[in-house]
Write a protein that binds this ligand. Structure first.
Ligand SMILES: [Zn+2]
Length: 284
């Protein structure tokens, strides 16, 4: 009799939990209303290649933030004007913002959307704070559009964060953003990968994983800092292929472009550089 009741109760809990998950996902889905960037139109008026290379030193982002705070200016608006004024690529710039012309710089509205997708959702570096597993033993370089040869010559659309100890499953990978898992599973190029749609519409792509964290599934709501998997060397072949390259995380950022939601890949290198000091602590 008691057993029967417990079983009923368990069934009840299961059903509630099931619908709860469904409902949560639906609610969340609706909050991420993907508004694509009109890339084809944009291409005619601004240097899209330069926007994609997203070259900006840390100090510039910090200076702009500080300036916007003291002057009470909208960060994304000012950032867009500043980038447009500097031809969308910053190297050595003077941070003299007290020039009235930034308010007069003209640029397409989509520029703000691009920088919003890139700067508003990123919360933390994809590798957590150092632990006794020596997770700080990693390095990364700017390899934007470097040549890759597997599956034909193609440019590299991302940043590789290498495990300096080259050991599968050693370094945890955390989500850089809030969002939900849009894609999960094997890709010939990416191996075991997870793609997370962030709140403003950007797609954050984590590839070559050794394996996923527990309970990862399509549609799952993810918080920035959640462990999603572990660094590995999977990919470049049929399902399960390993060891075709050293252990690393391939991190890609794609913005939804045009009505067909094509992928507009952005260089994550400078952003990773900027966010590198912001790591979450995980407890394992
Ligand atoms: Zn890569």
């Amino acid at each position: 009799m008691v057993k029967h009741r417990i079983l009923k109760l368990l069934c009840f809990i299961f059903i509630i939990a099931f619908f709860d998950v469904l409902l949560l996902e639906r609610l969340y889905d609706r909050t991420i209303d993907i508004k694509p960037i009109p890339l084809s139109a944009l291409e005619k008026v601004v240097p899209v290649e330069k926007i994609a290379s997203f070259q900006i030193p840390n100090e510039a982002i910090e200076e702009i933030k500080r300036y916007c705070e003291t002057e009470r200016k909208d960060f994304i608006q000012f950032f867009s004007a500043y980038m447009a004024y500097n031809d969308f690529q910053l190297k050595d710039v003077s941070y003299d913002f007290n020039q009235p012309y930034y308010d007069e710089v003209k640029y397409p509205a989509a520029i703000e959307k691009i920088y919003e997708m890139l700067l508003k959702d990123v919360v933390c570096f994809p590798i957590p704070q150092d632990s006794n597993k020596n997770t700080n033993a990693y390095y990364f370089n700017n390899s934007w559009k470097a040549q890759r040869t597997y599956g034909g010559d193609r440019p590299h659309y991302g940043t590789d964060i290498m495990d300096a100890e080259n050991e599968n499953g050693r370094i945890p990978i955390v989500s850089m953003t809030n969002g939900y898992i849009e894609k999960i599973g094997w890709l010939e190029l990416g191996g075991w990968r997870i793609g997370i749609r962030a709140e403003h519409g950007g797609y954050f792509y984590y590839a070559h994983m050794d394996g996923y964290a527990d309970h990862m599934f399509e549609g799952k709501v993810i918080k920035a800092g959640d462990v999603i998997g572990y660094m590995g060397d999977t990919g470049y072949g049929e399902e399960g292929t390993r060891g075709q390259f050293p252990v690393h995380l391939h991190l890609g950022i794609a913005l939804p472009a045009n009505e067909a939601l094509e992928e507009f890949w952005i260089n994550p290198y400078w952003l990773l550089n900027y966010i590198e000091e912001t790591k979450v602590t995980i407890h394992e």
